[in-house]
Design a protein around this ligand. Sequence first.
Ligand SMILES: *Cc1c(COP(=O)(O)O)cnc(C)c1O
Length: 374
Amino acid sequence: MLPYGRQSIAEDDVRAVTEVLRGDWLTTGPAVDLFEAELARWTGGVPCVAVTSGTAALHVAYVAAGVGPGDEVITSPLTFVATAATAALRGARVVFADVQPDTGNLDPDAAAALVTGRTRAITAVDYAGHPADYDELRAVTDRCGAVLIGDAAHSIGSAYKDRPVGALADLTTFSFFPTKTVTTAEGGAVAAVDPGRFATAARFRNHGLVRDPAEQRDPEHGGWHQEVHDFGLNYRLPDVLCALGASQLRRLGRFRARRAELVARYNALLAGLPGLTLPAQRTYTAPSWHLYPLRIGDGRRREVYERMRAAGIGVQVNYLPAYWHPVFEDLGYRRGLCPAAEAYYAEQLSLPLYPDLTDAEQGWVVECLAAILT
Ligand SMILES: *Cc1c(COP(=O)(O)O)cnc(C)c1O
């Protein structure tokens, strides 16, 4: 089965990992610092904290944003459930705002209309790798004093008005799951513009431990002493995986270019087929495409999904509107809440997209789709 996304592993990656395995540190060592420094080169210098997954990154971002019980977090429903679940786990109420019908990204006007005195954060999702409209979202958070968070699980390396993802929101989260553009097997990171939020994120990742005597409440114990002021978790990304990430980042430019080439080819090859809506792109963005999010009209999405899968092409649907998950239904969220996101979901189908997909394989995907549609 041709997958909808997969990792691209080179000999350099294997070498980077085995070097760490033969060395002194398996967990927290020099590769963590190296990976974080390399990541910051892609975020316009905004410092990054590596963590164990994109989900952990979101959890940490909500902690760093001060999200807690009684707060509201406005976000898009057209995302993986973790964007909303992690806010709910902090005790916040998740408020779903609708998406722009063409990009599938959080609609700044819809978000603005849902702001209340309790809005603590607004979390945009760079759907498929296409950056959200950050200037408009920033205007909303400026007005209400909320923290702007970017779930950039799809969009590492993307740019918006010549500014890189990672430098657009107050806190930006990345995922390094194998289907994502850069992988560490499991992994994630948080980029934090504000030094205080950065320190909170770094500390939460490591149980909340305070090691610097200057910051300790009771530094007189001795050199071994460390203390906890706020609870944290173990979200440390091991050296082995950071070495893989640093090695992968060296090829991010090439990954971006190949993904862009494949997207341009899909756009050209699919242009004449009936019932399709091709992905939209704003002129002021340079997406690092993670997904190729096609829309299949005429009520045929399910049929196309099943026939493509039967042919051995692993198409995917991204995503079930987050509040359709029973956990949100049980909290009182109802269908119909975000009509544009629901309409998007009803037609969406992700075609295979990853750097090692060959032109011939892509041609076969297009032929299969054409045979079904015509
Ligand atoms: C993949 C993904 C996540 C979660 O990342 P994991 O590394 O799988 O935990 C969060 N948000 C979005 C939009 C994603 O695609």
